[in-house]
Design a protein around this ligand. Structure first.
Ligand code: NAI
Ligand code: MG
Length: 346
């Protein structure tokens, strides 16, 4: 295992820099003495776009390739037209670095309020495909702006792309105690893509006899996420369904301040990128109100990805202990970061 981490940091906009600085604080505190951490900040996001009109210039895309991983805060501001930074920066990075695994764990932590009745056990992870589906930009519009406008947004599903994400999900399910994998799609209506997913899933399942499998249509999955969240262990699904399901998953597990994610290239050919699920929260930016926990849990995913399993577990334990100890009185972004840094160091 490499004893040094060469980390690219994209703090971004709004609360991004506030939560990222706490994430880095915890990362520094948890790393062993002999592990060297180098960080390089990339000035990307809304401010850069306003200043120069650039989203992600080729030179910076090239420079980012040399890092072991990327930590991202959040990108976006109401002053930038919708889609400019999403397509020009976030999606461009995911596609260029072939982040085909979008990993989003969902756990109901102790002392955390869920809108669900009772106190359900929630501990599942969504493995969302990250490079295909309707997000590839394979579409267009004709007769734009006229009453006869035609718009297409084609969902791209390749045997190669589906198989690699399904294989990754089976391996993750195999490594978890419950060893259960649920495929979510809509193969009763989206028959071409749906059958490719289902056939691939069934084929790979034969290689994992210990993993129990399930299939749900996406609409039914939204019901069960609310009524029976404990039935899920690992979920594998396409890019669009995964985007929607993981917001619902964040909502039922205590909210956006705790939801972490990784955009992963498992082969290591390109750096993987770790980020909180939330955005730049312009409504609370600059006030010290943002919860940095989602970023700190993303740092745990980053550590695990780079082979620092003990340190990753320490960060997750610190979050669990800290949430248990929270008495509901408000703490600033920095106070939460300091508390977690102290816990992982001690
Ligand atoms: P948002 O996630 O920024 O905010 C939604 C609500 O959650 C707000 O009320 C906000 O105050 C609250 N919130 C978010 N993070 C929080 C935290 N850490 N602690 C406490 N409260 C938190 O989503 P919204 O408002 O839809 O988007 C704002 C901007 O962020 C937009 O420009 C959007 O495009 C961008 N965005 C960027 C993402 C990214 O960088 N990956 C992801 C989602 C949105
Ligand atoms: Mg989303």
């Amino acid at each position: 295992m490499s004893r040094s981490i060469n980390l690219a940091v994209i703090s971004g906009d709004g609360i991004g820099p506030e939560v990222v600085s706490q994430g880095l604080k915890v990362l520094r505190a948890v790393l062993p003495q002999d592990a060297k951490l180098e960080t390089k900040e990339y000035d990307l996001g809304a401010q850069r776009w306003h200043r120069t009109g650039e989203t992600l210039p080729d030179a910076e895309l090239e420079a980012l390739k040399s890092h072991d991983a990327i930590l991202l805060g959040a990108i976006g501001d109401p002053s930038v037209p919708s889609g400019v930074l999403e397509r020009g920066l976030l999606l461009k990075l995911r596609f260029a670095f072939d982040h085909f695994i979008n990993l989003r764990p969902s756990r109901l932590f102790p002392n955390t309020r869920t809108p669900l009745a009772g106190n359900p056990e929630i501990d599942f992870v969504v493995v969302r495909e990250g490079t295909e589906g309707p997000y590839t930009g394979n579409g267009g519009s004709l007769r734009t702006g006229t009453p006869a406008e035609v718009a297409t947004e084609v969902s791209v599903n390749t045997a190669y792309g589906v198989e690699r994400v399904v294989r990754d999900a089976f391996a993750r399910a195999q490594a978890r105690p419950r060893k259960k994998l649920t495929l979510v799609h809509k193969n009763n209506v989206l028959v071409y893509a749906g059958h490719l997913w289902k056939n691939t899933f069934d084929k790979v399942a034969a290689e994992y006899p210990e993993v129990s499998t399930d299939y749900l249509h996406v609409d039914a999955a939204t019901i069960f996420l609310v009524t029976q969240p404990e039935r899920f262990d690992v979920i594998v699904t396409d890019n669009l369904f995964g985007d929607i399901l993981t917001d619902l998953a964040a909502a039922v597990t205590g909210g956006i301040g705790l939801a972490a994610s990784g955009n992963i290239n498992p082969s290591g050919a390109f750096p993987s990128m770790f980020e909180p699920v939330h955005g730049s929260a312009p409504d609370i930016a600059g006030q010290g109100k943002a919860d940095p926990t989602a970023t700190i849990l993303s740092v745990a995913l980053l550590l695990r990805h780079l082979g620092y399993e003990t340190e990753a577990a320490r960060v997750e334990e610190a979050v669990t202990t800290d949430l248990t100890a929270r008495d509901g009185s408000p703490r600033t972004t920095e106070e939460i970061g300091d508390a977690l840094a102290a816990r992982v160091a001690g």
